[in-house]
Design a binder for this molecule. Structure first.
Ligand code: NAD
Ligand code: ZN
Length: 366
């Protein structure tokens, strides 16, 4: 049977309080897997308009065998990762009769995962969430670690909660319907995981890249599993981001600023790709990174078909200004997580946060 085969070839990564199961075809046994991780009276599937047509009906049918179900859709895209969407979804859950004995099933990309996770964190003061990521970025990054939240006009992810999932269920076959640009964007986070923690994996990502872009299941399972191992290990060492977890922000201080300055025209992964190249350059200028680090990251970013330079229509001053709204900015100074080389980060003695003056940041942005 397809379901047995799916379970046999699946990889399981222990993320501390929960497990991440990565396989091909897992969605065909979603009901059993969700119920085993977070049994409830009511399963509330939260999804978006891009994912729902492909996967929501089968997910709901399978979950029906385990209890009451409802499907709650939000419009797709970062611009809907808002408090308004959170209000609508929580009202919808109440209208559907969800109570404390509800498990939220987040079925979608990172936007759905973050919003649905925040709904679960706050609904009835907190109900379980099972993350079922369907984008590569959500599989290798967003669904693991327990960060949930929404954006505000002042910046990304400024209102949220830590709410680790009961389980993460990754069916790599769902990537077949993911648009190509989003597959490439997800690869940015895999490149990041190699760059911050594992030079061997950095090389492996380059090797696996063509097969992953073609949605090949074994290659994707390997990539997702190693990325999740790296992220889970870092998060486990530092659940609340007081130290080591900051290394995961590599490429993200400028990445988030670029994303915001572009009005979210840049995908998160595209912005992070540019952010990694620029931040590695900053690290080299500061003398904390080995020479050639930025060039090596840029080379792989380009092979992945990701952008590596600031789009011409964005002004360096506007990007710098946007870094001030980032949570990582404290007391007027912008702190960066910077590499020492491929596979190692600098600044352990400075709590992995290296403050950089505006002049140098502007130089790199120009
Ligand atoms: N919580 C965390 O730790 C964390 C980490 C990294 C990123 N994030 C967040 O993740 C978000 C980005 O996630 P994303 O890149 O997945 O964006 P996304 O959720 O917007 O998904 C991208 C697009 O692809 C569509 N889609 C998703 N899966 C699909 C599939 N299988 N088939 C067809 N279409 C599909 C979606 O409808 C959407 O239009 C950002 O908001 C970012 O802040 C969170
Ligand atoms: Zn990211």
């Amino acid at each position: 049977m397809a379901t047995t085969a799916a379970r046999e070839t699946a990889r399981v990564v222990d993320a501390g309080t929960y497990r991440v199961t990565i396989g091909a075809g897992l969605r065909h046994e979603l009901g059993n897997l969700v119920a085993a991780a977070a049994r409830a009276h009511h399963y509330a599937i939260v999804t978006d308009d891009g994912v729902a047509p492909h996967y929501a009906p089968a997910a709901q049918a399978d979950l029906k065998r385990h209890g009451r179900t409802s499907v709650h859709r939000m419009p797709a895209g970062e611009t809907h990762k808002t408090r308004d969407t959170w209000i609508r979804l929580t009202d919808d859950l109440l209208a559907a009769g969800c109570g404390r004995d509800t498990t939220v099933v987040a079925l979608g990309g990172g936007v759905v995962g973050d919003v649905a996770g925040f709904v679960a964190a706050t609904f009835m003061r907190g109900v379980p969430v099972v993350q079922c990521p369907t984008s590569l970025l959500a599989m290798i990054d967003a669904s693991v670690g327990g960060k949930t939240g929404v954006d505000t006009a002042a910046g990304k992810n400024l209102v949220g909660a830590f709410h680790p999932p009961s389980a993460v269920l990754v069916d790599v076959d769902t990537l077949r319907t993911l648009p190509d640009a989003h597959r490439r964007a997800g690869l940015a986070e895999a490149i990041k995981h190699g760059a911050i923690a594992d030079a061997t994996y950095f090389t492996r990502v380059e090797t696996l890249l063509p097969a992953v872009l073609a949605a090949d299941a074994p290659a994707t399972i390997e990539l997702v599993a190693r990325s999740v191992e790296i992220k889970a290990a870092v998060v486990r060492a530092d659940e609340r981001e007081s130290g080591l977890r900051k290394t995961l922000n590599f490429g993200h201080t400028l990445g988030h600023a670029l994303e915001q300055a572009s009005g979210y025209a840049l995908l998160h992964g595209e912005a992070v790709a540019i952010g990694m190249v620029l931040e590695a350059r900053l690290a080299e200028r500061l003398g904390v990174a080995e020479r050639g680090t930025a060039a090596e990251i840029e080379r792989v970013v380009r092979i992945a078909g990701l952008p590596s330079a600031v789009p011409g229509n964005l002004s360096p001053a506007a990007i710098l200004d946007a870094t001030r709204h980032d949570k990582k900015a404290r007391a007027g100074a912008v702190a960066f997580a910077l590499p020492a080389g491929i596979g190692t980060m600098a600044g352990a003695e400075r709590d992995w946060a290296i403050e950089v003056g505006d002049a140098l940041v502007l130089e790199v942005l120009s």
